[in-house]
Write a protein that binds this ligand. Structure first.
Ligand SMILES: Nc1ncnc2c1ncn2[C@@H]1O[C@H](COP(=O)(O)OP(=O)(O)O)[C@@H](O)[C@H]1O
Ligand SMILES: [Mg+2]
Length: 425
């Protein structure tokens, strides 16, 4: 087992802490109907229907297995996907399927959940066009993977990972950290990355990367019918070899009120072509900002060490944990720590309240950060060997689940990083 998961980790660019492949592309707007025999299977599928990656799919779960399905579809059209549980032997499953085939639309895909670990049966099912065979007992994530897997072509490029960075309060340095992490992804990991500035009115990504592109995210979000990968691609401004920017207009001639799913198709387009998308999420609580955080593959909350930040981080943690039961926890880091004469809440108190350690503690360094901001440069460009630059490198690694091959130079985060990378979901 240990060997297998190590192999999976080596093979895949992105694995989560348990070494499990996290490349599950969200399912499109499809209808899924499940006919279960056991409550355990029904519960696993129910769990899957509540997973963020299945948010667009319409799921219906009922009992009765194959027999109920045959009966149901005699008079009703079949959905995009049927999940059938059967505790019968191979011949009975095949016979039931043959009966079902009379009523099944050609485009309907079938996933079977059975209790037999039988290669011959599996082959026979595949020959009859069954898309997947899961052996019970099944887990929630297995169902998510199976359904989502039906709609992401096997030869498609690996789907991009979305990393959302948000501040627990305004001005805590969330944007600065998002940009520096993206810069490290591109430069140190040579991973094609896009910084998406979601603060349309006041975003600073353009300033921070010394770019003033004529187009950006506004063109996409205000013309939803034109959005596809080619269109979004044209809106990107190139910052470095591997880093591009989807810039905010940062103008006030329009107002920016959006519906909850206004950005979804932009994320889908980016995901399809870019391995890593860093979202600079402004500190606000709207339908779309909530949906953006819940839908992200990784979440980093940036907090300054005061009481309001602690309360807000705790609230975000609780909400995101509840909304993402099949994902690992969000992560948080402390920033602007050690402002002279300022009383601060300690990292240990954050850890206690959140029941989780910060993934980094970044000191308040007005000279370094001020110079970077005013020059339109990243911290690593101002001072490559600085320990804060190293912290950004390590954060970038952590958020992409990449296990470092060379030893980190500073021991600052190393024990914690090890622990986090091993952390079970
Ligand atoms: N660790 C730090 N030390 C000193 N200044 C910082 C630090 N982190 C961020 N800043 C500064 O704080 C200001 C706000 O940062 P910004 O990234 O725009 O915050 P947010 O996106 O959370 O509103 C910027 O001027 C930035 O340069
Ligand atoms: Mg910001």
């Amino acid at each position: 087992m240990a060997q297998a998961s190590q192999a999976a980790r080596d093979e895949s660019a992105f694995t989560d802490a348990a070494g499990r492949d996290e490349h599950i592309a969200p399912a499109p707007r499809v209808s899924v109907q499940a006919f279960c025999e056991t409550v355990e299977t029904a519960a696993a599928i129910q769990g899957a229907s509540e997973d963020r990656r299945m948010a667009k799919a319409h799921m219906r779960i009922q009992m009765g297995g194959l027999t109920a399905a045959v009966e149901a579809y005699q008079s009703a059209p079949t959905p995009n996907v049927i999940i059938l549980e059967s505790d019968e032997r191979g011949e009975e499953i095949i016979a039931g399927l043959d009966q079902l085939a009379n009523y099944c639309d050609a485009g309907t895909r079938v996933i079977i959940v059975g209790c037999m670990n039988d290669v011959m049966l599996y082959r026979e099912l595949v020959r009859r066009g069954v898309s997947d065979y899961l052996i019970s007992p099944i887990g929630t994530l297995q169902v998510v993977r199976a359904v989502c897997g039906l709609f992401s072509a096997p030869d498609a490029k690996p789907v991009g990972r979305i990393v959302a960075v948000v501040g627990a309060k305004g001005g805590v340095g969330a944007s600065t950290i998002a940009h520096n992490i993206a810069f490290s992804l591109a430069r140190d990991q040579m991973l094609d990355s896009v910084v998406t500035d979601l603060d349309l009115a006041f975003g600073t990504a353009g300033l921070d990367f010394n770019q003033d592109p004529p187009q950006g995210i506004a063109e996409a979000v205000f013309s939803p019918d034109r959005i596809d990968t080619a269109f979004v691609d044209r809106l990107l401004a190139k910052c470095t070899d591997h880093l591009s920017l989807l810039a905010a207009p940062a103008t006030l001639d329009r107002v920016y009120d959006f519906g909850a799913d206004a950005f979804d198709s932009i994320y889908d387009s980016l995901r399809a072509t870019v391995p890593c998308v860093v979202l600079d999420v402004p500190h606000q609580w709207t339908g779309w900002s909530k949906q953006t955080l819940i839908g992200a593959d990784e979440i980093l909350i940036v907090a300054a060490p005061d009481l309001a930040n602690l309360r807000n981080t705790k609230n975000l943690y609780d909400l995101l944990k509840a909304a993402r039961p099949n994902d690992h926890l969000p992560r948080y880091c402390l920033n602007q720590v050690g402002v002279p004469k300022r009383p601060e809440i300690k990292a240990a108190d954050f850890a206690k309240a959140l029941e989780d350690e910060p993934v980094a503690t970044i000191p308040f360094e007005p000279q370094l950060f001020g110079a970077a901001a005013n020059n339109g440069q990243m911290i690593a460009e101002i001072s490559a060997g600085h320990r804060t630059a190293e912290t950004f490198r390590q954060l970038a690694q952590l958020l992409t689940g990449r296990v470092e091959t060379k030893k980190p130079r500073s021991g600052l985060l190393a024990p914690l990083m090890d622990k986090l990378l091993r952390r079970q979901t």
